[in-house]
Design a protein around this ligand. Structure first.
Ligand code: F0G
Length: 456
């Protein structure tokens, strides 16, 4: 397996320390066997998330000093607005403190009680906002996305038959918009093809339904298009990104992922009337339409980060670093979600710990075992994250039971990927010894954040 060299050199370093095994045991106990509850100083390599954990460049750190902290009409805001218009092609932009701030505004403005919001698989905060506004999320991703071993180039694609059936069943007037995530986080960071984006947009236009992108990892999606879709090779990532967004009416964006900053986000659209309403609503929840919860310096850093994110060398290394980890695991026979996606390697915990049944929380158990083995922090994305059914109060049992090894951007080297691979392979070779967990404390909403467990 070849490593792709980092297309940057390191100017500032942050020392890493590793607790010994006894200390890790204590830390895990204190955290109730939930990796969300570990203190970051007790973690050696932190793969909990790629959100807000990016390393900024020298140019971004320099840009911080240029932040215009005016309450209204900040220069830094105009810079960010121009970057979004330039890269994505939208007419209007509303800043928010992070992605879910934009989701809140969009859901409040567009969703009426009784509406349906189709999407290519759910994301936790996105669905929560849809439901809080009386909407029902409907999964219209292709079936293969729910099968960890199905090898498809574009496993995040919308199933147009499912979408059309929903439109026929409930009527277009009950569907305020279709939410298309590029890439699909919960399916393993899987991309959507340009052809599928176009078909989805065309179908929606025929029915007068808007398409809103969840653009959170859109540059990673563009890389897969460049790599895999016919006729897209040798085209600059910037052009592919621009083409993707032609097939949408607006988007929500978490600045904490592809835009290479630690906080920030925005909502963007082409509809002036929607923009006017958003300008009013943003003041209530986020701040003035010229900062929306961000400091002037945050907006400077994000404008710069967005341009860095579409650099071809950067994005190639980013995707290939994640793949480098994934390929080591696949070679050792470790069950992972295939193909390897954009931001993370997902362990298939159901296959990894096939001796544990779902009520013993295999993903949670595996995430805890990995921390104990090497101080690597990962995230449960299985039955705990899926919560309980509102009516029956039974666990929602998702098809995918996964542990996410999420790679922050520009933070760790390929050598760190080797350490992670060694530890996962070591665990896989003694997987029968890993025991399940029981849940001692279960919060009523988004339980995965604060739930506490103990070993069976
Ligand atoms: N959409 C997707 C696909 C996401 O992955 C996230 C965040 C959001 C929206 C919300 O953005 O955090 O800025 O409010 N995902 C993080 C993760 C939390 O770890 O996957 P946010």
């Amino acid at each position: 397996m070849r490593r792709t060299a980092e297309p940057y050199k390191i100017k500032a370093v942050e020392p890493l320390t590793m607790l010994n095994r006894g200390e890790r045991e204590e830390a895990l106990k204190r955290a109730g066997y939930n990796t969300f509850l570990l203190d970051s100083e007790d973690v050696y390599i932190d793969l909990l998330t790629d959100s807000g954990t990016n390393a900024m460049s020298d140019k971004q750190w320099g840009a911080l000093m240029m932040g215009d902290e005016a309450y209204a009409g900040s220069k830094s805001w105009y810079k960010l607005e121009r970057a979004v218009q330039d890269l994505f092609g939208y007419d209007y932009v509303i800043p928010t403190h992070q992605g879910r701030g934009a989701e809140n505004l969009l859901s409040q403005m567009k969703i009426q009680p009784g509406d349906y919001i189709p999407g290519n698989m759910y994301f936790t905060t996105t669905r929560a906002h849809q439901e809080m506004n009386g909407g029902t999320f409907v999964d219209v991703i292709i079936d293969e996305a729910h099968d960890p071993s199905a090898e498809l180039d574009f496993k995040g694609n919308v199933d147009l038959v499912k979408l059309e059936e929903l439109i026929d069943e409930v009527g277009a007037d009950k569907i305020p918009y279709v939410c298309v995530a590029v890439t699909v986080n919960m399916a393993g960071g899987q991309p959507v093809s340009l052809a599928n984006l176009k078909e989805t947009y065309t179908l929606c236009q025929e029915h007068g339904i808007d398409v809103m992108f969840d653009a959170t990892r859109c540059v990673e999606n563009a890389y897969f298009i460049q790599e895999r879709e016919e006729g897209q090779q040798n085209r600059p990532i910037k052009d592919i990104v621009r083409d993707m967004f032609k097939f949408s009416d607006g988007c929500t964006m978490s600045g904490k992922k592809d835009p290479l900053v630690n906080i920030g986000g925005f909502l963007a659209m082409n509809d002036f009337e929607l923009y006017t309403r958003a300008r009013e609503l943003v003041v209530v929840y986020e701040g003035m339409p010229s900062y929306g919860g961000m400091a002037g310096r945050d907006m400077e850093a994000m404008a710069q980060g967005m341009y860095e994110s579409i650099d071809d060398a950067y994005i190639e290394h980013r995707i290939k670093q994640v793949r480098y980890l994934g390929e080591q695991l696949m070679e050792a026979g470790v069950p992972v979600v295939r193909p390897i996606g954009g931001h993370a390697v997902y362990l298939d915990a159901k296959a990894f710990l096939s001796h544990l049944d779902r009520e013993m929380f295999p993903s949670q158990s595996l995430a805890a075992a990995l921390y104990l083995d090497s101080g690597v922090r990962s995230m449960e994305r299985g039955i705990v994250s899926a919560g309980r059914n509102k009516e029956t109060c039974e666990h929602n049992v998702p098809k995918l039971e996964m542990v996410r090894l999420t790679i922050p951007r520009r933070v760790y080297t390929n050598s760190h990927m080797d350490v992670v691979a060694d530890s996962v392979i070591n665990l896989y070779n003694k997987r029968e010894q890993i025991k399940g967990l029981s849940m001692d404390y279960e919060p009523p909403t988004l339980r995965f954040f604060n739930a506490r467990f103990s070993p069976l």
